[in-house]
Design a protein around this ligand. Structure first.
Ligand SMILES: Cc1cc2nc3c(=O)[nH]c(=O)nc-3n(C[C@H](O)[C@H](O)[C@H](O)COP(=O)(O)O)c2cc1C
Length: 175
């Protein structure tokens, strides 16, 4: 197996998982900024990780837009976010529909991990976006369960990363 882990990470959670996965696979973890699609020719296994921002897996188009060139490889994408992992409707519908069009999921296996959100570390635009989202969702008269959860998540302030969460992904690649 000749694998590479590629990541896009603003606050470090996706990068931490990339490093843990790369260590488990004895391969390199590389920032997507340092990679061009043609650099991937010689790898048979590609893992891509991105943080979730408004349900979008940061930078995942690097994989989905280049699928024709990558289809013959083992492809894994992981997201990191603060939505609880048992919100399967969120991950299996909203996130998948937003990020993977057409038949792309027949070539890509997706995993989800918990990330971190430390409010005091957020950039001003991100802090403003979270505040605006909370205000919008709190103002709803009859909020759905998802809207109530979103209000709670706007206050999630912590590091929920979990090194042991990588093992299903690692096993999938090794098998
Ligand atoms: C503006 C903003 C939007 C976010 N949107 C989502 C989201 O839609 N779903 C989610 O689960 N987490 C969301 N998060 C939390 C991030 O996905 C989480 O902090 C992630 O681990 C960040 O990855 P990184 O540390 O690699 O940048 C959001 C955070 C910010 C600041």
């Amino acid at each position: 197996m000749n694998a590479i882990v590629i990541y896009k990470s603003k606050y470090g959670s996706t990068k931490a998982y990339a490093q843990w996965i790369a260590e488990a696979l004895s391969c390199q973890a590389v920032d997507v900024k340092q990679i061009k699609i043609d650099d991937l020719k010689d790898y048979d296994t590609i893992v891509y990780g991105g943080g979730l921002y408004a349900e979008v897996i940061a930078g995942v188009s690097f994989i989905t837009k280049n699928l024709e060139k990558l289809k013959d490889k083992k492809l894994v994408v992981y997201s990191t976010g603060i939505t609880p992992l048992d919100c399967r409707d969120y991950y299996d519908k909203l996130v998948l529909e937003k990020n993977f069009k057409g038949d792309s999921l027949s070539y890509i296996k997706v995993f989800n991990f918990l990330g971190k959100m430390i409010l005091s570390e957020l950039s001003l635009p991100h802090r403003t976006a979270i505040k605006a989202l909370k205000k919008l969702m709190s103002g709803k008269e009859n909020p759905t369960e998802m809207e109530k959860l979103l209000v709670e998540l706007c206050d999630a302030d912590g590091d929920f990363t979990d090194r042991d969460a990588i093992w299903d992904l690692v096993a999938y690649i090794k098998n």
